[in-house]
Design a protein. Structure first.
Length: 80
């Protein structure tokens, strides 16, 4: 890695249906975990995370609130 790439903005588009928060993991830990993984790889740019999913199929509204509280943008999409 080199140049401006390490400080470039990182955008994550997350499909919550196909890749849900794992059992036993607190939703509020998702963002810091992703940012930590990027930092370990040497990336230092700002991280933008957008989670997509049918909120009617999301098991807990607390999950959505926890994600939103850490700066994850949650976007409702309809299944089907």
């Amino acid at each position: 890695m080199g140049g401006n790439d390490v400080a470039a903005k990182i955008a994550v588009w997350w499909d919550m249906f196909d890749c849900p928060v794992p059992e036993g993991i607190e939703a509020r830990r998702v963002r810091p975990s992703l940012e930590g993984a990027f930092n370990e790889l040497g990336y230092t740019g700002p991280v933008s995370i957008t989670a997509y999913g049918d909120q009617k199929q999301t098991p807990e509204h607390l999950l959505l609130r926890a994600l939103s509280s850490t700066g994850v943008t949650v976007v409702h999409t309809r299944s089907g």
